[in-house]
Design a protein around this ligand. Sequence first.
Ligand code: GLY
Length: 367
Amino acid sequence: MSEEQPEDLVVEIGEGRSYPIRFVESIADKLSRLVVQYMDEQKGLVVVTDMNLAVAQALLFDDILKEVPTFTVSPGESSKNLLRLGEIWDFLANIRLDRKGAVIAIGGGVIGDLAGFASASFLRGTSYFQVPTTLLAMVDSSIGGKTGINLEAGKNLVGAFFHPEEVLIDTTLLKTLPDAEFSAGMAEVIKYGLLGDAELFSRLEDLDRLHPEHPELASIIRRCCSIKAAVVSEDEQETATAGGRALLNLGHTFGHAIENVSGYGIYLHGEAVSIGMVAAARMSCLKGWIPEVDVGRIVRLLKRYDLPVCLRQPLDRMELLEAMRQDKKVRRGVVHFVAMRQLGDSFTTSEVEEHVLLESLEIIGAE
Ligand code: GLY
């Protein structure tokens, strides 16, 4: 291992269930060893990936994984549906994957969620490995065992908590990631600073703009993963009555409403979260919890990554409010927001008046 390679982490969820997040120097080498191991032990392996990746990482698929049955889906959120899930189940059944075998999910959040849920449900549970290829998946969706698909009625409405065997992170995979996707991942990185790590937030402010070749990127990713792992260890299934895993939704209640009302695909998820974090910061400021100057710091950092800090086209405030009330995180009809007490210290609250929400939405460009 080279000196710069970050140390592995563990997601502690109890004996026999905890699993590592490994920072690997070469995913090709790691997968090659995994393929040999599974072959030697006569256990089946299957890859689920998307078409963009199959092209961008052609060497990996045509060489290391050429003997591994591979199911390839169209890229994008629209693949995270029941039809595709059914096709993956059939694929696993046709190649006779048994419960000793494993699925390797190679891709971003969509692939991780879809392949993870296929693994959770096929034969009542087969092992899977997460190989995240986007920044967002590396710091968030590949860790913590949330798997699932979307329904017409909403995103992620069907799924399971089902943890991978290992999360395998090779940050060099980010070199082929489009700039906008990298920036969208940075929204989640900034989120970690805001929700619980003031030092990370300041470090991000002090660093030049991060990019896939930046020498500090891997250690920043590791820091985010360690926050995510700690939060998941504390509140694995998001059952805490206050704080806990729900804190990871900072900016997401607003963000999901923006995605929902504008129509999915208009904003990348991280872009909607970026605007959502500004709304959450405005809301926290209007409530008197954080000063205006902190809102300015958040906006400046998001802008450094060309992330939107207000709506590109105005949306209707009442529609956004209604969408927030429909969010699946609503408990007994009460919307729980993640607010900021200060930069690096967030909390969950339902104590936000409608006029405060409407004003926060107006400031981000809703009408
Ligand atoms: N992405 C939020 C969570 O894993 O809980």
